[in-house]
Ligand binder design. Sequence first.
Ligand SMILES: CC(=O)SCCNC(=O)CCNC(=O)[C@H](O)C(C)(C)COP(=O)(O)OP(=O)(O)OC[C@H]1O[C@@H](n2cnc3c(N)ncnc32)[C@H](O)[C@@H]1OP(=O)(O)O
Ligand SMILES: CC(C)C(=O)C(=O)O
Length: 523
Amino acid sequence: MDPNRVIIFDTTLRDGEQSPGISLNTTEKLEIAHQLARLGVDVIEAGFPIASPGDFQAVQAIAREVHGPVIAGLARAHAADIERAAEAVKDAERPRVHTFISTSDIHIQHQLQSTREDVLGQARAAVAHARSLVDDVEFSPMDATRADVDFTAEVLQAAIEEGATTINIPDTVGYAMPIEYAAFLAGLYERVSGLKDVVLSVHCHNDLGLAVANSFAGLQAGARQVECAINGLGERAGNASLEEIVMLLKTREEHIGFETGVNTREIARTSRLISRLTGYGVQPNKAVVGRNAFQHESGIHQDGVLKERSTYEIMSAASVGFDDTNSIVLGKHSGRHALQSALSDLGYEVTGQTLNQAFKRFKEIADKKKQVTAMDLEALVTDELRTDEGAYTLEWFDVEASSRRPPHATVEIKTPAGETVRGDFTGDGPIDAIFRAINAATTREVKLRDFRIDAITSGQDALGEASVVLELSGQNASGQGVSTDIIEAAALAYVRALSNVERKVLTAAESAETDEPVLTQTP
Ligand SMILES: CC(=O)SCCNC(=O)CCNC(=O)[C@H](O)C(C)(C)COP(=O)(O)OP(=O)(O)OC[C@H]1O[C@@H](n2cnc3c(N)ncnc32)[C@H](O)[C@@H]1OP(=O)(O)O
Ligand SMILES: CC(C)C(=O)C(=O)O
C-alpha cells in the first residue's frame, strides 16, 4: 500500500451511536452505511454486536449488503463478544473484528478490578481467539494515553504476536495533547518491534477540543489509520470529526503529502443524513459542514470574495458537496420518472412500491410548496426510511390555536399492538398540547428532554424538520419528523421518539438478562 495513503475508519455507527439519545434502527443504519460507502471510507465500524440483538442484526445486515469498505464489529476481550462480532461480520466482503481492553492502571484497578498480568493474558487470548475466526483483527489498548508506555508496549507486542493486523491507540478520554500523543506513539514504535509491520491507528476523543489535532499528530508520528465520525459524533464530546480530518489532509495535501480515498463531494450530504437520522443538529459555525462554513458576513470579506474567492476561502463549498443542493429539481407537475431520476442523482435507487410511496409523499409536498429542491427530496426520503413496523404511528390530529384561549389538541395514535387510541389535552402552546395529547393517548410517562425545529430550505413554504428527545426509565432516544406543517412535524418526531425510547428500555432489560463467559488468561 502507498505509504502516504491514510485509511479512513468511520465509527459513526458505533462510537457515534454512543452519543446520548441516539438510537438508530437497522434500516437507518443500513442507509448510513450505504452513504458511507458512497463517501469512500475504507472501514465502517458498524456496531457492537454483543450489545443487543438489534445491534447484531444491524451489523449483520450491513456486512451482507454494503460493498466496498471493510466491515468491523467491536468486542470486549470476552469470548462471547468476539464470537458474536465475528458471526455478525462474517458475510462481509472483508470482515474485521475489533477487540479491546484497557491498559491504564486507573481502568485496570477501578473498572476491570484486575491486574496488569491478567489484562496481558486477556489481550493475548482475545486476539488469538479473534484470529481463529477472522483474518483481519484490530486491537485497542483502551485509555492508552493515561497508561504506562512500557506496559502498553508489552500488551501490543502480545497482540501482534497473536496476529493483530491493526493496532489502534485510543485517547479514550480526550486527555492527550498533540505533542504528547505523537511522543507516545514514537515510544511504542521504539519498544514494539512488530509495530512497523502492522497498521497503526489513532482514535481520539474531543473532550478538550483536540481530537483532530491529536489524530493529525498521530499521522505525523507514523499512524496510517484514523478513526473518526461524521459531524464529530461520539461518546461525550465526540470523536475526531471525519470531515475535518479529511479536508485537512486534502486542503494541505501539498504540504502534508497524505491522501485518502474519500470522495469529498459526498461530505455535505453524509453530514445532513447523519444529522437527520440521529437528531444531532450541526452547529452553524462547525468547520467544513456548518451552514456558515462558506458564508461571508462582513463587508471586507464579501468584497474580497467577490473579487477573488481565495482571498477568504481555503477550500470551496463545491469541494465538500455544498454547491447545487438548493437548485430547483421538481414541481407539482413532475411525474414518477423525473422523481426517480432526481432521487437517483441523490444516490437513492427507488423503484416499485417504494417509488409509488415516495411519489405520493412528493405530490403532497409539491401541492403545498412551489418548488421541491434537492434538499427537500433528501429530507423526504430520509423521513420515509423512518416508517417503522411495530412502532406508534400518528393517524390524525386536530389542534385549535388562538390568542384568546389556551390551545387544545386531539390525536389518534395506532399502538405497536395495532390498537387505535385517542387522547386530548389543553396545553401552554400548540406543540405542548399535542405532545401531552400523545402522552394521554398512549398513557406513557415520558419526559421531554429536547425539542428542536429547523427549516430545511428558506421561504414561507419551507419544509420543517423537528427533532425530539424523550426519556423513559433512565433511557433517552430521539425521533425526527418532516412536514410543511411544523405541528405535524413535531408530532411525528414525538411518536417516533416514543417508539424508539420504548424499544431502548426493552433492549436494556433484555441485555441485563444475558450473561457471557469471559476468556481465560493464557498460561
Ligand atoms: C471506550 C468505548 O467506547 S468502549 C465501548 C463502549 N460501548 C458500550 O458500552 C455500548 C454497548 N454496551 C452494552 O450494551 C453493555 O455495556 C454490554 C452488553 C457490552 C455489557 O453489559 P453488562 O454485561 O451489563 O456490563 P456493564 O456494561 O454493566 O459493565 C461492563 C463490564 O465489562 C467489563 N469490561 C469493560 N471493558 C472490557 C473489556 N474491554 N474487556 C473485558 N471486559 C471489559 C467491565 O469491567 C464490566 O465488568 P463486570 O460486569 O465484571 O464489572
Ligand atoms: C473501543 C475503543 C477504541 C474506544 O472507543 C475508545 O477507547 O475510545
